[in-house]
Design a protein around this ligand. Structure first.
Ligand SMILES: C[S@@+](CC[C@H](N)C(=O)[O-])C[C@H]1O[C@@H](n2cnc3c(N)ncnc32)[C@H](O)[C@@H]1O
Length: 304
C-alpha cells in the first residue's frame, strides 16, 4: 500500500454516521467458537429445532454488531424462527421479520417474546407473507428506515434437515420448510432462486434507508457433487435489485483453537463427504458460510 505523500491531509476521524467507518470489520468471522447447540441453548423456545436451516446465532450477532447501531431497525425478510430478530432484540436494535410459513412466524414471535423476558431491550415483530411484497407488509413508519437487512435464503433440499442414526437406519427429519408454495424460494434451481432473490432484494431496497446495508449468508451448496455458485447468484440478484456489493466475508462454521480449524460438522455432512470420497471425489467438510454485503447507494434516486 502506498504511504501518504506530504500533501495528504490529516486523516479525518471516523464518520459516526457511517456504520462501516466505525465498526471493527474483519473478513473472517469467528462465529463457531461455541457449538451451535451451546449458542442456541436457552435462547429459543421449544419446537424451534424443527426448522430445517437456522442461522447460527453468532453470525447474526456479529453482523448486527458490525453493520448497525443500538436503536436501529433490522429486517429479516425470510426470518424462519427469528434468529436475526432475537439477536437484534438482545443487542438493543428493533427488528421486523417476515416468513411465508405461519408456523415459523409463530415461533419467531415466541422467540422475540423470550428475548424480551431475558432482558433484550429492542422491540421485535414478525408477520406472515411473501418477502417479494415487503412494501405492503412493513408498517408505514418503518418504510425507508431499515438500517440493516440480514437474511439467509433457502436452497437445495439436500442441505437441510437433521439426521438420526443411533436407532436403526439413517433417517432424515426436520427437512421441510412447509407445504409447497409457488412464492417459496425453497426447492428452486439456481435460476429460479436468483429470480426470487432479485424480487426479494428489490423489495428490501424499497424499505431500506439510503446507505442501508444488506447482509446475506449463503452456505456452500452442492448438487450431484458439483458446487453451485450461490454466492454469485446472491451478488447477481443484489445488483439486479439496485444494490451495490461492498464486501464478501467468511463466517466460520469451524472453531479456531491454537491456530487450527476444528470442524463442527454434522453426522450428515460427514456421511456425504465419506460417500463422495469412496467414489473418488476429494470433497472437504464445509467449514464456513459465505457472507455477501451489499448497500443501497445513498443517491439512488428512490424515495426514502
Ligand atoms: C434459510 S431459512 C431462514 C432461517 C432463519 N435465518 C432462522 O435462523 O430461522 C429461509 C426461510 O425463508 C422462508 N421463505 C422462502 N420463501 C419465502 C418468501 N417468498 N417470502 C418469505 N419467506 C420465504 C422459508 O419459509 C424459510 O423459513
Amino acid at each position: 500500500m502506498a504511504s501518504p505523500g506530504p500533501d495528504c491531509p490529516p486523516c479525518a476521524g471516523p464518520d459516526t454516521n457511517d456504520p462501516l467507518a466505525t465498526a471493527a470489520v474483519g473478513s473472517v468471522w469467528l462465529t463457531a467458537q461455541r457449538s451451535a447447540a451451546a449458542q442456541r441453548r436457552g435462547r429459543f423456545v421449544a419446537g424451534s429445532g424443527a426448522h430445517p436451516a437456522r442461522m447460527l446465532p453468532a453470525i447474526a450477532a456479529h453482523a448486527i454488531a458490525t453493520y448497525s447501531r443500538p436503536g436501529d431497525l433490522v429486517l429479516d425478510p425470510m426470518c424462519g424462527i427469528g434468529t436475526t430478530l432475537v439477536e437484534a432484540v438482545h443487542a438493543s436494535r428493533d427488528a421486523f421479520g417476515v416468513d411465508l410459513e405461519p408456523g415459523w412466524v409463530a415461533l419467531a414471535r415466541a422467540n422475540i417474546a423470550l428475548a424480551r423476558r431475558q432482558g433484550g431491550t429492542g422491540h421485535g415483530r414478525a408477520r406472515c407473507g411473501d418477502a417479494a411484497r415487503l412494501a405492503a407488509l412493513v408498517p408505514p413508519p418503518m418504510r425507508g428506515n431499515v438500517a440493516l437487512v440480514l437474511t439467509s435464503p433457502p436452497y437445495g433440499r439436500t442441505m437441510h434437515g437433521r439426521v438420526e442414526h443411533r436407532r436403526g437406519p439413517l433417517t432424515k427429519f426436520a427437512n421441510s420448510y412447509g407445504p409447497p408454495n409457488p412464492a417459496s424460494l425453497a426447492r428452486r434451481g439456481l435460476v429460479g432462486l436468483t429470480d426470487g432473490l432479485t424480487a426479494i432484494l428489490a423489495s428490501c431496497a424499497q424499505v431500506l434507508k439510503p446507505g442501508g446495508i444488506v447482509v446475506v449468508t449463503a452456505r456452500p451448496w452442492r448438487r450431484d457433487g458439483l458446487l453451485v455458485d450461490l454466492p454469485g447468484a446472491v451478488t447477481t440478484a443484489g445488483i439486479a435489485a439496485g444494490l451495490a456489493p461492498i464486501q464478501r466475508c467468511v463466517a466460520l462454521l469451524a472453531a479456531v483453537r491454537d491456530g487450527r480449524l476444528i470442524p463442527r460438522h454434522s453426522f450428515f455432512q460427514l456421511h456425504t463427504v465419506r460417500k463422495a470420497r469412496r467414489r473418488g471425489i476429494p470433497l472437504q467438510l464445509i467449514a464456513h458460510e459465505d457472507v455477501l454485503v451489499l448497500q443501497r447507494p445513498a443517491g439512488d434516486g428512490r424515495a426514502g
